[in-house]
Design a protein around this ligand. Structure first.
Ligand SMILES: [Zn+2]
Length: 239
């Protein structure tokens, strides 16, 4: 199936934390979204095996996205050739215009690995002649595909960014993001109030403040941004 964009993250809830408002916004605009978690997030902090996966599927449905799990082991996600190829295969199957990863600056080793995995997979996806490469057979029955854009949302385990490529106004879809995150009682203490969730919201509000809006999610870009019409930009706080 074709998707307009893929969000590739280490664990269930990463995509929601990093860019849930943007996913919901694009989905509302009719863009088809697929979230790919490199593992199912087990062992979860506050639930038995399997619950976090179910919650991830429910959260994706709230955002308006589909979701797949790539079968890795939480805590042991590393940049390796088989995982690069598996992600490249997904890109070739689903032919997205945009792919979102996670930057390599995060303290969590699983998150850190997503950056080189996704960057390599995007490159592999456009190459030909995989049947001639040992191990490359996994791509041999798919056609090369070149995406338009590779973006990286801010991982909230990194220090807050003062510099980024662009921000998305997610004020209108922020209630959906909060609802999707609240599904994860396997990982957040949702009932009694969760300090981390409060801090995540505070960061999105802080980013929004930089633009005079309620909430924003911020992104870095693999390559420089270009527009054919510079009037597409929303007003800046100070011009
Ligand atoms: Zn994570």
């Amino acid at each position: 199936m074709a998707y307009d964009f893929l969000v590739i993250a280490a664990h269930p809830d990463d995509a929601e934390v990093q860019m849930g408002g943007t996913i919901a916004k694009l989905a509302k605009m009719g863009r088809r979204a697929l979230i790919v978690d490199l593992c199912d997030g087990e062992p979860a902090d506050y639930s038995e095996p399997g619950i976090r996966r179910e919650q991830a599927l429910s959260a994706a449905a709230l955002l308006g996205a589909d979701r797949e799990f790539l079968g890795g082991q939480d805590r042991f996600i590393v940049d390796n050739i088989p995982t690069r190829l598996a992600i490249a295969r997904l890109i070739r199957q689903h032919r997205p215009g945009m792919v979102f990863g996670t930057t390599g600056a995060c303290i969590h080793p699983d998150h850190m690995a997503v950056d080189p995995l996704v960057t390599a997979a995007v490159f592999y996806a456009r190459l030909k002649n995989w049947a001639r490469v040992p191990g490359g057979e996994i791509l041999a029955d798919t056609e090369p595909w070149e995406i338009h854009r590779l973006f990286f949302p801010h991982c909230k385990m990194e220090p807050a960014w003062g510099d980024f490529a662009f921000a998305v106004d997610v004020s209108d879809t922020y209630p959906i993001k909060k609802k999707a995150l609240a599904v994860y009682s396997s990982i957040f203490t949702v009932q009694s109030g969760d300090r981390l969730l409060d801090l995540y919201e505070a960061e999105d509000a802080h980013m929004g403040r930089m633009f005079g809006i309620a909430y924003a999610e911020v992104f870095k870009s693999q390559s420089p941004l270009i527009v054919s019409d510079p009037t597409v930009f929303l007003p800046g706080l100070h011009g």
